[in-house]
Design a protein around this ligand. Structure first.
Ligand code: ADP
Ligand code: MG
Length: 342
């Protein structure tokens, strides 16, 4: 028997043994849930590596999330953001790479959305207290006073020194509409780059980030909550390796005299945004962009938001109007299933 024939036989025998014994490596799945930035974060990773390695991957991703929470939380006094709010008017403050990146993106999307997304609304947000026990309709005069104080143009970044400065002390920063997206992207990066994870889904309070596909190779099928009945889905959408971020009036709110006051504020009026949309969903590659745009489009309303998203490459959106009508950008129609929803 020639060497070539012997090798061919060896290969056939090995393959047969493999097939009979199921040599396809078993896929393991591990999950973890924790609270980050006031949101329940759950993550599921799949891979042929052992479960201990998958757990380590999840631990590393959550560690990164907790590290970032210490930077971005506006409400904890010792966060990096709180320190900036304290001292950026007195003198420029040198900031971390993560905070600089998110602030730079915030100012970019504030400009792009004509101030609909505005990272300088913290005082107004605190005045309403939505999501806290003290949530209440503010006194109209006080509210009016606050409306004139915020303006993202008063935040000055200096790239070469990596600093931030405020041109007056009448406002402070809140990155609650974008930081969660950044955290989601960073968790994904840790899983991919440090642990070679090729299949995962992260859910940060309804903001979804995926890596690759499901273990059977098919796309992830993600439900979009019905704002009028958030435990049921109004539509579902197929994605691979992408992110879906939703802003809705049902996430944090209080009710008074039958009126719902939710947590996304319109800086131009000082009141919860009320421009015809009750749910906005953005589908793209980076959650930080999706997060900024979901908030921006919620505030801007249907017409301006449809035009904005259609003008952006590789970004799609689904909008739900006050009347419950579902509208979407042209690039996503084939991937969306409208569901029967009560
Ligand atoms: P969620 O945090 O529920 O996913 P968003 O991404 O839309 O929803 O962020 C809402 C949070 O962003 C609010 O709780 C508040 O901290 C902040 N915020 C509210 N209105 C605005 C706005 N117009 N621009 C930027 N941030 C905002
Ligand atoms: Mg957002």
């Amino acid at each position: 028997m020639s060497k070539h024939v012997a090798l061919t036989w060896l290969l056939i025998i090995t393959l047969t043994i493999c097939l009979l014994s199921g040599c396809q490596r078993k896929v393991h799945t591990t999950s973890r849930t924790d609270e980050v930035l006031g949101t329940i974060v759950s993550a599921t990773v799949n891979g042929s590596m052992d479960e201990a390695t998958l757990s380590s991957a999840l631990d590393a991703a959550f560690l990164k999330a907790f590290e970032l929470e210490n930077i971005f939380s506006a409400h904890t006094l010792d966060s990096e953001l709180a320190k900036v709010n304290e001292s950026a008017y007195a003198a420029p403050v040198r900031i971390s790479d993560a905070l600089y990146t998110v602030l730079e993106l915030s100012l970019y999307y504030a400009e792009l959305s004509d101030g609909a997304f505005d990272p300088t609304l913290f005082d107004l947000i605190k005045l309403w207290g939505i999501g806290t026990e003290d949530a209440a309709i503010p006194d109209a005069k006080r509210l009016k006073n606050y409306v004139n104080r915020h303006n993202y143009k008063n935040v000055i970044l200096d790239k070469s020194n990596q600093t931030v400065a405020f041109t007056n002390n009448e406002f402070s920063l809140d990155l609650g509409a974008i930081a969660k997206g950044y955290v989601a992207d960073e968790m994904k990066r840790v899983l991919e780059e440090e642990y070679n994870i090729e299949s995962a889904m992260l859910n940060l309070g309804g903001d979804i980030v995926t890596i690759g596909n499901k273990t059977d190779g098919s796309s992830w099928n993600i439900g979009i909550a019905n704002p009028n009945n958030p435990t049921s889905s109004i539509a579902s959408i197929e994605i691979s390796n992408q992110t879906i971020v939703t802003s809705g009036n049902y996430e944090r709110f209080f009710e008074e005299d039958g009126v719902l006051y939710h947590h996304i504020l319109d800086g131009s009026t000082g009141y919860p945004a009320n421009n015809g949309l009750i749910g906005t969903t953005i589908i793209t590659d980076a959650a930080v962009i999706a997060d900024a745009l979901s908030t921006a489009t919620y505030v801007s309303g249907l017409e301006a938001s449809m035009a904005l998203i259609e003008s952006l490459d590789n970004v799609e959106a689904i909008f739900i109007t006050n009347e419950g009508e579902i509208l979407m950008t042209s690039g996503i129609t084939e991937k969306v299933n409208i569901l029967d929803s009560e």
